[in-house]
Unconditional design. Sequence first.
Length: 479
Amino acid sequence: MELKTINIPKDFILGAAASAWQTEGWSGKKETQDSYLDLWYKNNKNVWHNGYGPAVATDFKNRYKEDIGYMKEIGLTHYRTSINWSRFLIDYENAVVDEEYASYMDDVIKELIRNGVEPMIALEHYEVPAVLFEEYGGWGSKHVVDLFVKYAEKVFERYGDRVKNWFTFNEPIVVQTRVYLDAIRYPFEQNTKKWMQWNFNKGLATARIVKLFKEMELKEKYGAKIGVILNPEVAYARSSAEHDQKAASMFDLFFNRVFLDPAIKGEYPQELFALMDKHDIMFDASEEELQMIKENTVDYVGLNIYFPYRVKARSTAWNEETPFHPEYYYEKFDLPGKKMNPHRGWEIYPHTMYDIAIRMKEEYGNIEWFIAENGMGVENEYRFKNEEQIIQDDYRIEFISEHLKWLLKGIEDGSNCKGYMLWAFTDNVSPMNAFKNRYGLVEINLEDNRNRALKKSAYWYKQVIETKQFEAQDDDLYK
Ligand code: BG6
C-alpha cells in the first residue's frame, strides 16, 4: 500500500505517559506507605511476570533527571504521570504530608518545566493506600472519598501554581473490575454490588475534586484545568441485528457511560438505574451526592484507547447461581481475521480512534479531550536490535501512525481533540505482566542496570514533533 503524508495541526500536543507506581520504585518508601498495587504484588508475586513488580520499577525516583533529559532529547512537550497518594502522605486520616516524597515531586515538576515539558498529573493511578483498602474496603467507602479530597487539597496547595493539567483518576473503572467483577486480582472476591459502589464513589470523588478545584480558584489564578482520564472500550456489535446491537449498547452502558456520563453530563443514564434495580446492584447515593455530580462536571477528558471491544448477543444461558455480571447481556465476539497484537492479546483496529472522536463530538457536547494513552506492548524486543544496539520497532511506528491518522481524521471532521499521549515514555511495569510487554520510546535494559536507550520510534517521534508531519498508509477508508 502507498504511503501518504499526513499533516498535524500546529497546536496539537504530542507527548508521552506513565504513572507513579509503574516507574518510581520503592526507594524511600515507608513500611506503612503501600498502595493497593503493592499489596497485591506482595500477596500474589507468583502471578507477576518473572517476579518483577513495583519494587524497583524503572527507578525513576532516583533517575528522573536522566529521564527528563531523554524527554528533552525526544522533544516531548508534555509528560503525563501521577502523584502516588500512598506515598505523598504519612497519615491519610489527617493528610499529613511526607516531606521527603513531596520535595521529590516538587523537584520532578521543576525539572520538567525547566526542560520545557508540561507536567500532566493524575491524583490516582490505582495508588489508593493499602491501609485504606484493608481498613475501609478502599473506594467502596465514602470515608475514603473524604480522605481523597483532603489529599487533593494538599497536592493543589503544593503544586497548583505550576501544574496546569490535572486529573482526578486514571482509568477509575479498572481496579474494581478486575477485583470485584472478574475476580482475577487480589483479594479475588466476586461482588457486583461492591463494583458498582466503587464506580459511584469514584464518580463522586471526581465531582468533589472539581468543586474543590473551583473553590481554590486554580483556573482563575493559574489557568489550570481539571479532568478525568477514562478508558472507554469502544463496543462494536457483531451484526446490525437488533439483538447484537443491544448487546453492544449494554456493554457500553455498564463499562463506558457509567463514567463518561456523570463526568461530562453530570448525570447517570436513566437506563442504568433501571438495570441496577433489576439486578440488585444499586449503588448507595444520596440526593445531595447526585446534585454534587450534576453541578461539578469536568473541564476536559483524557481517553485511553488501545483496542476495540467486539460483542454479540448471548448464545448460551446465563448461570443464575452466579452474581450478576454485565455479561448477562452479551458475549465476547471473536472477529474472524482480525489483526492482533499477539503479545498483549489485543486487537489492532486504528479506526477506533475515529469512532471515539466522532462520539465525543456528537454525544458529549464536543467537550475538549485528548488521547491520554495509546500504544503497543511487545515482548522480547531485544531481538529487534540492530548493530548499533538500537531497537528497530517499526511495528510501533506503524501502530502510532495508523492510530494518529484516524484520530486526525476525527479532528478534521470536527472533534475537539487536542493531543495524543503515547503509552509509554519508557518501558515500565504493567500490572501483572510487569516488564513482559515493552511499550516505551525508551528501552529499559533490565540486564544492564536498567540503563536507558532510545528506540527507533523515539527518533521517529522526535521528527514527527519537529515537523508536524508523518507518513501513513493511504487507504481508501481515509478518503
Ligand atoms: C492502561 C493503564 O490501561 O494501559 C496503564 O493506564 C497500563 O497503567 C497500560 O500499563 C497498558 O496495559 P498493560 O496491562 O499492558 O500494562
